[in-house]
Design a protein around this ligand. Structure first.
Ligand code: NOJ
Length: 571
């Protein structure tokens, strides 16, 4: 079926409830503050999410992953948790959360919650107690409090740098106003790092897991999963030396002792019926170190950032897909395919640039972007991802083809990445703008449930209505229809569910192609059209006639193994 003729058939949830759903499932990421605002106060909330469950059901997702919804001062968008057992009142109540989990389950949608083990909010009772206690106290030992280095109280304990830029230590002030010890925060000072050598830190997190699993959460997404254990001798970071030794590693990244933590979590997850799942935020360049987090006794899956950050280029993506599949096979874990999330530039924007790769340190204001090109590539990229073996993640709004909003006035920016870079990095607010549901600015483009609502917490651009769900519902060529149809086919075609995967060789250099059983996916990244295969077309990212145009992906059905191979008309 071609791009223009999709039929968006009804979704039957019961077909999506197999035990191993996470091996090929589709997970939709919800940033609660920006998804839908049920009480019209300008902030997204659980009531809004609940009201939009039919939309998610129709889209055809197996699960949702919710960014943190816990009590939080929102110094880092909720990744500064003050209480894991309470929902932030701006988002609703614990009862609302439980109701959402139940209602979603009734529609065949599982809920994955976010767990942030590396740090808490500086408003967490543990940290408040630590600040109020003496150096060396039990209260302080749950964190990394330290005197200044080499007996110099003004000198930071280590040279470690934050991935949010800047230092990782903040000096405290004693009750009498004099300067006190330092404490460690790999992110902002409002996010003090926990000391995972403290047994209570471990048991507390195990209890938090049970708290949410008992309430029906289908799993957890583990934030900053590779950072939780630090070398307790607090050495300097050797990778920051002028000539770092080749085997230099950071004393707070991916320490071997981490694995016992997630293994104990897996035991807890497996003790539930059905077993709960663990998805890790594992940013590691070494695919073997990455795969060490996966398998039957540790995490079920982890985000494939290698793939997500690669340029729109056939050899780049070929090498990433090959390395990904090779790393996952020995641990019998499914790969994940991710085009974006709440931290990175939206795909239609990124793919519309000269440099289509992603790296935090490269983000700048005013990068020229061709959104028509970016959108065309984002459609092809989605079809490519949806055809690969493993699970698939969709960040809210990507199914609408939303661009990054790069027109945010500087005075509304909230993201600490912007401030810590002293305004050089635009930050991550541009992909967190409240979603457009209706083409009507009065209700914040349908984000808020009523017309007489408060302004949204982050302003929406004047052109937001063009992307509204209501507009796209009426247009079978829209990104929304395209996503639904791709997901429907992915669900219905058995060949997409297993692990079968074989590269198609002998394609032009500009193309990437592979077979999954009887389905074949071919993407043309080049400037020139390539002739079509003489095979039935299942679906394509743009309408195709006799050739595959630039930046188009096509799904074909090919003959079964044993029959004569495809008649190759040139591709
Ligand atoms: C990764 C999360 O995705 C990001 O949003 C957050 O700022 C950091 N971890 C710190 O929790």
């Amino acid at each position: 079926m071609n791009a223009g003729t999709s039929r968006n058939a009804e979704v039957t949830p019961t077909t999506r409830w197999e035990a191993d759903w996470w091996r090929s499932g589709v997970v939709y990421q919800i940033y609660p503050r920006s998804f839908a605002d049920g009480n019209s106060d300008g902030v997204g909330d659980i009531a809004g999410i609940t009201s939009r469950l039919p939309y998610l059901h129709k889209l055809g997702v197996d699960a949702v992953w919710l960014n943190p919804w816990y009590l939080s001062p929102l110094a880092d968008g909720g990744y500064d948790v003050a209480d894991y057992r309470q929902i932030d009142p701006r988002f609703g109540s614990l009862q609302d959360a439980e109701d959402l989990i139940k209602k979603a389950a009734d529609m065949g949608i599982r809920v994955i919650v976010d767990i942030v083990p590396n740090h808490v909010s500086d408003q967490h009772p543990w940290f408040k107690a630590a600040l109020a206690s003496e150096p060396g106290s039990e209260e302080r030992s749950r964190f990394w409090f330290h005197d200044g280095r080499d007996g110099d109280p003004t000198h930071m304990p280590t040279n470690w740098l934050s991935s949010f830029r800047g230092n990782t230590w903040t000096r405290t002030t004693n009750a009498d106003g004099s300067p006190g010890q330092w404490y460690l925060h790999l992110f902002t000072p409002e996010q003090p790092d926990l000391n995972w050598n403290h047994p209570e830190v471990r048991t507390e997190h195990e209890e938090i897991l049970k708290f949410w699993f008992d309430r029906g959460a289908a799993g957890v997404r583990v934030d900053s999963a590779v950072l939780i254990i630090k070398d307790p001798s607090l050495p300097d970071d050797p990778t920051l030396l002028d000539n770092p030794p080749p085997d230099a590693s950071q004393p707070f990244v991916d320490l071997d002792e981490i694995h016992e933590v997630y293994q104990s979590w897996r035991t807890i997850a497996d003790s539930y019926d059905p077993p709960r799942i663990i998805v890790g935020e594992v940013w590691l360049p070494d695919t073997n170190r990455f795969a060490a987090y996966l398998g039957s006794n540790e995490m079920h899956t982890a985000f494939n950032f290698d793939f997500m950050t690669r340029a729109w280029d056939p050899s780049e993506l070929h090498s990433s897909i090959t390395a990904t599949l090779a790393a996952h096979a020995p641990v019998n874990a499914p790969a994940t395919w991710v085009l974006s999330n709440h931290d990175v530039t939206r795909p239609v924007t990124r793919y519309g640039r000269t440099d289509t790769s992603f790296a935090f340190e490269k983000k700048r204001f005013g990068t020229p972007t061709d959104l028509v090109l970016g959108t065309r590539r984002a459609r092809a990229a989605f079809l490519l991802c949806a055809a690969l073996p493993g699970s698939l993640y969709i960040y809210q709004g990507d199914e609408l083809g939303l661009p990054e909003n790069e027109e945010l006035p500087r005075e509304v920016i909230e993201d600490p990445m912007y401030f810590r870079s002293e305004g050089v990095d635009p930050g991550r607010d541009g992909c967190r703008v409240p979603l457009p549901w209706e083409d009507d600015p009065k209700s914040n483009y349908g984000f808020s449930s009523e017309a007489s609502s408060e302004q949204p917490w982050m302003p929406q651009p004047a052109w937001w209505g063009e992307y509204a769900v209501s507009r796209q519902e009426e247009d079978p060529q829209s990104m929304l229809w395209f996503y639904r149809e791709a997901l429907r086919l992915r669900r219905e075609i058995e060949d997409f569910h297993g692990n079968d995967f074989e590269w198609c060789e002998d394609l032009p250099e500009s193309c990437l192609g592979f077979r999954r059983g009887k389905v074949m996916c071919i993407v043309n990244f080049g400037q020139h059209e390539v002739p079509l295969l003489d095979l039935p077309i299942l679906f394509s990212s743009e309408p195709v006639a006799d050739s595959i145009g630039s930046d188009i992906a096509v799904w074909f059905t090919h003959r079964s193994t044993g029959e004569a191979g495809p008649k190759n008309k040139g591709v």
